[in-house]
Design a protein around this ligand. Sequence first.
Ligand code: CUA
Length: 326
Amino acid sequence: MMRRVSILLPASLLSACSGVQAMSEGAGFGSLQFNHLMALFLAITGLAYVLVLAFLAFAMKRRRGAPDPARIKTLLIGWTGFIVLGLIVLTAASFLNDRQEAAVAADRPPLTIKVTASQWWWGVEYSSSDPQRTLTTANELHLPVGRPADVELNASDVIHSFWIPALGGKKDLIPGRSNTIRLLPTRIGRYRAQCAEFCGMEHAHMAFDVVVESPRTFAAWYDAQLKPAPQPQTALAKAGQDWFMAHACANCHAIAGTDANGHTGPDLTHVAGRSTIAAGTLPMTRGNLMGWIANPQGVKPGARMPAVSMTADELRAVGAYLETLQ
Ligand code: CUA
C-alpha cells in the first residue's frame, strides 16, 4: 500500500505540471515570465533551505565545547546578508516582471475581445470598428499567435475568474465593472481555460478551449464565423430547425440567419464547429448534444438550461440540425 502511494503521489503531482491546462506550458508571454520568476524563487529559497539544514546538521554534530564567538558573529552576518540580498533580488525581480507584463507588445495593435461570464458559460465577442465584422461566439477563444489580445472581462451575475494557465495570469470578472487582461500567445496549440473563482454549483464545469493559431488560420476562422448558419440540407435537420424555432430554444439562444435571437444562453450559430459543449463539459458529438438537450440537469446539475419536453424523434431531429451548424 505504502509503496503504491509512494509511486502514485509523485506521479500525480508531476502530471499536474504539464498539459493543456498548465502554467508550465509556457505558451504565452505571461506564463513564460511567470515560469522564469518561479525558477528564480525556487533557486533562492532552495538555497536558503539547504543552508539552514546544513547549519542544523553542523550544530547537532558539534555539541561539546564552547563555540568560537568570532566565528558565530561572521556566520550571523553572512546569513543576514544572504537573507536581505535574497529578498531584495526577489522583490526587484517581481517588480520588473510586473512592469514587463504591463507593457508587453505595446507597439503592436491588439485584438480586442469582450468576454462575459455567466453561470456557467462564457460569452465571447470580438470587437471591430466595422459593425459588420463584430463577431459573437461562446465557450471558445481563438487567438492569432504573436498578436496581443486585450480581453475585456465582465460578469452578468456573480464573480468569476478568467484563467488560461498556459498563456498567462488570471483576472476576476466582476458584475458592474470591467477588467482587462492582456494576452500574448507565443506558441500555436490548443489549451484549456477554467473559471478560477468559485461561482456556484457548476463552477468546475465552466471551462473553455483556447485555440492559438497562425494569423492566416485565424483570419479564415474569423471569416467563416461571420457567416450566418448554413441552411439544413436533409429533411431530418430541417424538421429539427423547425422544432427549435417553434420552442423555447429560440428564446434563449441566437443562430445568425434564423429567427432565433435569444441571449440568455450561448450563441449557437457555429456550435458544431467548437470542440466541446456545455462550456467544456462534453466533447462535441451528436450523441452528447442529444444527451445534453434531453437531460441538462443530468450532465450539469444546477445548469440554467431547462429540459424541454420532446419526443425521441424530435430530439433526433434537433440533434441532427445542431450538428449542421459548422
Ligand atoms: Cu465561474 Cu467559477
